[in-house]
Design a protein around this ligand. Structure first.
Ligand code: 3H9
Length: 683
């Protein structure tokens, strides 16, 4: 049965798509649209057309699962060009999200009406693409190049009201009367000449002021670094002003096809599905009952506890926050308020919303106040004894049925659970700092963690805007466990003579936002330092002894100027060489290729070990963790997808070549070697 049906309302034909969950524009939908338009064109008694969708949203885009497969049925552009060609007015009636191909459908309609809650956008760039059904050519002709640029190049959707403001939407209609209002709107346009987006001239703003393209590049350069699609998107929007519509569409097609066949888009499409898969737990029944989370307790009002609390407050969930001392409690709450106020100052929150969020916060010094919480998260000092004491107290005070979570980044959740009489209630919720900003939530599943508890936190993660991935209990879980061999190799490499700034550069060039030595300088080299300048057991000790303690002292591995710009330091390089000599390590020249292989291949190997041990459900979960928690570049698809791209045999050969440098504890993953030998991939 076709997902498209039509309904007559006197002289107006309503074409309706019912293709759950998001009305993606697959082959059957495209065919149905063509048939619907043909029906309207072939029937003189039909004077106008409305296109709308059933379910939760207007078309949310092309069907991404069709990408990379042989095309079937009419192309999207062909289907929507027929709508625009019609002399009878065609109205898009938009609710939910009109995204990508869905927004292109709307643009090919002569008019667009939307409910206030609707959103419109061209997010193709987030899949490493640009719009491929004339979106880059129609949108600027309707709203101008300047307004089109952020929509096409950054890809964030805009609200219906904003769309009305820039001329993308013609009318805002009733939230509950979309169809009737759209039919009324269409009827008023019967017999009048129809406006066609392809004939619009708003794009000339980019011709009058061509500087807008370079200004846009300059303003967003950092955000777009390394990605191919945004530059193609800029070129397509620019072309809309310089070329005829037909030529512009050809140019768009060329750019689109180039991106579609490249590795970046494959990686980003992989990530799209990976993020959604990561929220699913294979061995838990879909109908597992969930625990209603109405109130959350957080233990610790430090940076972490405060940040964690803000996630819930922002989502409208009341939080009781506990500290040991009134002073620390006040300080923590002050910091939270300041963070919210800063967000408000930047226009991303209203003052009312700040008060609303802070109004949901209850400070306390008394564990008894946590008794009726449905979820308690501790964010106290990383020490097993301290954590166990906290959990024993929670076991005594918090109601049965509540979830008891630890924010530990490496401690054994199963051991923590032994401090309670209810290990099924215990799990890990590893937030990343700053916890109110970072997207990743590593959910640690203990041996005895209950299904309801686990399913509940996965659902809750979405509610608070986090991207969750499940890890089993192992030291460092997925993320930190894989960071460890990289850090170990970074340290080994500089001992062996690699320039530390080149180690950083290799990771920056790869697409990470920061290298390990920049990171150490930023964090401060004296974190956990024993403070005895005479005791030199590591490069860090040697640098701290010289008062090179990182950015805050103006020098660490690098030298820093007033503007905190870094330059490599000969002094630091000498310290490293001297320390290596003292340790009997001979230094040599090490090239960037070796640095890259030794930093990244052991991470892939560790990821494979994690899979082999069943600590991650799927390779793509590992990609989700590294992209969202550690800055692994999205356009490579994450460590496991990247390994698939370069070939697992290449990774194994590299690991074998460097094996004597990978440390005594290095263990080559059997899964990795056997997959490499069989020519298989992780994903
Ligand atoms: C495009 O349009 C190219 C054209 O310019 C050119 C063509 C020539 N296709 O996200 P959710 C699935 S590119 C296939 O959890 P939400 C999704 O995998 C496209 N499947 O829901 C999930 O499946 P499952 C441009 C899709 O309510 C289920 O639907 N458009 C697609 O949190 C529910 O999704 C986009 O990039 C799709 N297009 O969010 C928009 N979209 O249940 C992509 C979703 O098996 N989509 N699925 O895991 C989204 O941003 C969100 O899905 C949306 C809903 C905001 C719509």
């Amino acid at each position: 049965m076709s997902p498209i049906r039509t309904e007559r309302h006197d002289d107006v034909l309503v074409i309706i798509s019912d293709n759950p969950p998001v009305n993606a524009l697959g082959a059957a939908v495209r065919q149905g649209l063509v048939d619907g338009i043909d029906q309207a064109m072939g029937d003189d008694s039909i004077k106008a057309v409305v296109i709308r969708c059933d379910g939760r949203t207007f078309f949310a885009g092309a069907d991404i699962t069709e990408f990379g497969k042989p095309p079937q049925g009419p192309g999207l552009l062909e289907a929507i060009d027929r709508m625009e060609a019609s002399d009878k007015p065609v109205v898009a009636a938009i609710h939910g999200t009109a995204l990508g191909g869905g927004c292109e459908v709307a643009l090919a309609c002569h008019y667009r009406v939307a409910v206030p809650s609707a959103k419109l956008g061209l997010p193709e760039v987030k899949l490493g693409l640009i719009p491929g059904a004339a979106g880059t050519q129609r949108l600027p002709r309707v709203v101008g190049a300047e307004a089109a640029l952020p929509m096409v190049v950054i890809g964030n959707p805009i609200s219906a009201n904003k769309a009305k403001e820039i001329g993308l939407v013609d009318a805002i209609v009733g939230e509950d009367s979309l169809e009737a209002d759209a039919i009324g709107f269409a009827r008023e346009r019967i017999g009048k000449p129809v406006p066609r987006a392809s004939e619009g001239t708003a794009n000339k703003d980019g011709v009058k002021n061509p500087a807008i393209f370079d200004e846009f590049r300059a303003k967003n350069g950092r955000k777009l670094r390394g990605f191919d699609a945004p530059e193609a998107a800029i070129q397509a929007v620019k072309a809309a002003g310089e070329m005829s519509y037909e030529e512009g569409v050809k140019k768009e097609r060329e750019l689109f096809t180039g991106l579609m066949t490249g590795t970046q888009s494959a990686a980003m499409r992989h990530y799209f599905f990976a993020e959604r898969a990561a929220n699913k737990i294979d061995d838990i029944a879909k109908d597992t009952p969930l625990i209603d989370i109405k109130k959350v307790g957080v233990i610790g009002a430090g940076t972490m506890g405060g940040g964690i609390s803000m996630n819930f407050l922002s989502a409208g969930i009341p939080v009781t926050i506990l500290e040991m001392e009134a002073e620390a409690l006040d300080r923590g709450i002050g910091v939270m308020r300041k963070n919210y106020e800063r967000t408000a100052k930047r226009g991303r929150m209203t003052d009312d919303q700040v008060e609303q969020a802070m109004g949901l916060l209850t400070p306390t010094l008394d564990y008894a106040d946590l008794a009726d919480c449905d979820l308690v998260i501790e964010a106290v000092f990383e020490d097993m004894d301290v954590k166990k004491k906290v959990f024993a107290t929670l076991d005594e005070t918090v109601k049965q049925g509540a979830i008891l979570a630890s924010n530990t980044s490496y401690l054994d959740i199963d051991e923590i659970a032994t401090a309670t009489q209810r290990p099924e209630a215990v799990l890990g919720l590893h937030f990343f700092s700053p916890a109110n900003v970072m997207k990743l939530l590593e959910v640690v599943r203990g041996e005895k963690t209950g299904d309801s508890e686990l399913a509940t936190v996965m659902k809750l993660a979405k509610r608070i805007g986090k991207i969750a991935a499940v890890s089993g209990v192992c030291p460092g879980f997925i993320g930190n466990r894989m960071l460890s061999p990289r850090q170990q190799q970074a340290n080994a490499l500089i001992m062996e003579g690699a320039n530390y700034w080149e180690v950083d550069e290799v990771l920056l060039d790869f697409g990470f936002p920061m290298g390990p030595f920049q990171m150490s300088d930023l964090a401060g080299l004296d974190i956990g330092w024993h403070r005895d300048p005479a005791r030199i057991e590591s490069i860090r000790d040697a640098l701290c002894a010289m008062d090179r303690r990182g950015q805050k002292t103006g020098a660490g591995f690098y030298d820093y100027d007033e503007a905190r710009q870094r330059t490599p330091s000969d002094a630091a390089k000498k310290v490293i060489a001297e320390f290596a000599e003292k340790q009997g390590v001979e230094q040599r020249d090490i090239g960037k290729e070796e640095i890259k292989e030794r930093l990244l291949y052991p991470m892939v190997n560790e990821g494979a070990l994690i899979l082999e041990e069943g600590m991650a459900q799927r390779a793509s979960d590992i990609d989700v963790v590294w992209i969202n928690g550690y800055g692994w570049p999205l356009y490579t698809g994450g460590p496991m997808f990247w390994a698939d791209t370069i070939g697992l045999d290449t990774v194994v050969a590299g690991l074998e070549a460097h094996r004597d440098k990978l440390g005594e504890d290095f263990k080559l993953s059997e899964m990795l070697t056997s997959k490499a030998a069989a020519g298989e991939k992780f994903n």
